[in-house]
Design a protein around this ligand. Structure first.
Ligand SMILES: Nc1ncnc2c1ncn2[C@@H]1O[C@H](COP(=O)(O)OP(=O)(O)O)[C@@H](O)[C@H]1O
Ligand SMILES: [Mg+2]
Length: 147
């Protein structure tokens, strides 16, 4: 039985499409939805034995957090008739998605096949690929139909 879906979004049109497919599934099954956006924490790399650490990209700002919250809010507004809880998490996206699925005992994870990285050479992006490999439950990977 599908009672709880975890839909992971990153602001891309692919994840927007996946979210709408997930909402449709939730309507059909009566499942509730957790809609999650992971702000990627920059990897921290040690440099030398005594010299400390460097971050490879800038840390997330309050503006990033606000953008993520606004994205979740506007998506949740499209989920008429579905109970939706939104959350913004910080960390490595695929790992956070899998941990969240485990912690919340969700029945299905929904992701887009692709995300924000341009290019169409690969069927799946690295986040959806990693989620499929490490998820504790079934994963619905949604591809956008070619027009
Ligand atoms: N930071 C993130 N937070 C939540 N979900 C994400 C995140 N990044 C990617 N995803 C999910 O994984 C899907 C595929 O994205 P990704 O694997 O990153 O592809 P790409 O390499 O094209 O960016 C997205 O449509 C979204 O559902
Ligand atoms: Mg991506």
């Amino acid at each position: 039985m599908v009672q709880h879906l975890l839909i992971a979004v990153d602001g891309s049109s692919s994840s927007h499409h996946a979210a709408n497919q997930g909402f449709g599934l939730a309507r059909q099954t009566g499942a509730k939805v957790t809609l999650a956006y992971v702000l990627e924490s920059p990897p921290v790399i040690p440099v030398g034995p005594l010299s400390g650490y460097v971050m490879t990209s800038p840390p997330r700002t309050d503006a990033d957090l606000e953008r993520a919250r606004a994205e979740l809010k506007s998506l949740a507004n499209e989920a008429q008739g579905v109970t939706v809880e939104t959350r913004v998490e910080l960390g490595i996206p695929a790992d956070v998605i899998c941990e969240l699925a485990e912690r919340l005992s969700v029945d299905v994870i929904v992701v887009g096949a692709r995300g924000l990285t341009p290019g169409t050479r690969w069927l799946m992006g690295s986040v959806s690929d990693r989620v499929v490999h490490h998820a504790p439950c079934p994963v619905l990977v949604v591809r956008e139909r070619k027009k």
